[in-house]
Design a protein around this ligand. Sequence first.
Ligand SMILES: [Zn+2]
Length: 352
Amino acid sequence: MSSTNRPPRPAALTLAPLAPLAAALAAFALLLGSCGRQDDRPSADPLPTPGAIRVVVTIPPLEGLIAPLLPDGSQVRALLPPGASPHGYELTPDDAAALARADLVVYVGLGLEPGVMRSLARRGKAAPTQLCMAEVLGIGTDPSDGHDHSHHGHTHHDHAHDDHEGHEDHAHGPIDEHLWLDPVLVAAFVAEAGDAITGLLRERRAPAEALEAVERGTASLRARVADVDAAYRDRLSAHRGAKIVTQHAAWGRLADRYGLVVARVVMPVEANDPSPADAAAAAEALKREGVAAVFSEPQLSRTTAERLARLAGVPFGELDPVGDTDWVRLMMRNLDELKSKLTESAPARGQG
Ligand SMILES: [Zn+2]
């Protein structure tokens, strides 16, 4: 596991509408891409268990979605250290070495992991097999189609650049890359990942037991993901249309899926903390808009979000977009938090 210590993100935060934030994050990801280096190490020795493979994933939730699909003896490594934000992640030399040894690299795409893309691109034909979540889901970077970019092979090193240029004149900003926070997309991804891993194992002439393990693991994880989806539908059904404020623009897909509205985001900017007057004005806006709750995130400073919730008199909670490697637990904790704060908020709004 890597032990990257990135410099802390700017602590100053202010309220902003969604689109500029998304654009700012995309630019931020571009600026803080990889410092990676050429890595021409030979591949590692084969793993001792027949059919076992080495997998590198970019963010911890992907580990939770891929590890259960793999045959016995396989190894999975998440590049992003626990507790870090995926935006602006920088590749370490250890990470580059792990990429060089991997049989399979799994990433989100849509410009989230530019350093990894560059490292893979540098390896050219020697690059490992790649599985891009956005690509297998047919979610592209071209705003004119939104559903078709998956026919060009592994050209994702271009995407961050495309995002930036392609969206400067588009009010909606780049495509939301937080695909792993939508259980419906995740269910489809798990099925595709199972197929991709099976294909890789066949190429490697893995034994039948290994292929069966992938099939079993895929079916089992798909059932668990379906349970998560059902729990969200069930427990959030009473809160359709509820407005929330989140720390960064990670929650739009989840909100759309289950009938919530992300009214605003608290956004990191290169500026001072909001003045008392600005904070009061922002809190008034939240009240006027009927925002039900404000949520911070463990990877970012909670100071401003907490202050806004207090000033607006609405419940304050925390949603985690990354977690550790247990995707199901991550999603269920977030559901518990949403349910709890929205329930707490509902009587207050009724009186209001
Ligand atoms: Zn994010």
